[in-house]
Design a protein around this ligand. Sequence first.
Ligand code: F3S
Length: 392
Amino acid sequence: MDLTNYEKEMLEGKHGIAVKKAMYILVALGNIFGAKKMVEVSSVQIAGVSYDNLGEAGLDYLSSIAEEGGKARVLTTLNPAGMDLENWKNLGISKEFAEKQKRVIEAFQKMGVITTCTCTPYFIGNNPHYGEHVAWSESSAVAYGNSVLGLKTNREGGPSALASALTGRTPLYGLHLDENRNAKITIKVNAEMNEITDFGALGYAIGKKIGKEIPLIKGIEKAGVEELKSFSASIATYGGQGLYHIEEITPNKTNEPKEVKEISQQEIDEAKKFLNDDSEVDLISVGCPHCSLKEIQELAELLKGKKVKKEFWICVARPIKSIADSMGYTKIIEESGAKFACDTCMAVAPLKGRFKCLATNSAKAIFYGRGKNQFKTIFKPLNELIELAVRE
Ligand code: F3S
């Protein structure tokens, strides 16, 4: 790779051992993918934060980088941790797990990383401008960042994102290059797209149909932040896409591929059927990806004066919850018995064996509920989830 003098110095260890190791990872990655040089990044988002996924080896690795003086050079935030960092007892997390998780967060803190743990960094101030190169790792945020915000990022692993934080660089390949950002296939949607669950089912159907190809999607008249957030999570989960285009809705330019495929109403209905099992719900969770303020407002309206009869988690970034506190939404929601799960989510918290059936409005949450936790799943819009929650 063609490195600048400063990048060579980083690789030679002139800026400390942690930076040397980080640059070594990035150069190795660049060589594997044929990158000719590095590009500077303005923002980093690091996944691999939950102790449930990291284990002791991951914790040791992070602690050693912190001890060696690694410091974030650009705005860096974290993906969800394995627990609510303040309110973990209320969510049934053990003291042993909490102690380990806190040590993970301390290591990141020592490195100057902003320890707000969320998969929606764009809601909490890690929100770079159109066209900027960044190094993000959460798959839903990568798809949202590339497609909706017009950022340029590959889907980074935890170690490569951390390496970018410590050096301010990433290898220039993949979705950082304009020539790799064109659509390869046109998808015509001939189905009703109203609820968030419609967009989750659409992500599933497109992902299954075209795999990792970048689609230009036509036929969607309207999609707001919440719909695009849900769609990004779903298409990234079921197809592996890091970028999509929706005609008249997303901002990136693309050519129009000649190959055309259709998504019919029947395929959307079949996707929903696949995501629903027939089972007794004992956990309801919303906020995958983490809730927007608008979703919290809607939850407060729907839960006002009601009592939930099942464990009910609302996954959200802590700064969004703080606004909900000041607006009185938190009080209304907590009076219903529903619980806020800040900094975490039902996929990265250690929930295996605690519940049997998860109900959610997120197609991505279904994937992890089934795969990681072996839950049965129910996939319904928000208002129907509330009906389920208040039923005996
Ligand atoms: Fe976020 Fe967890 Fe879903 S990290 S995208 S809430 S699986």
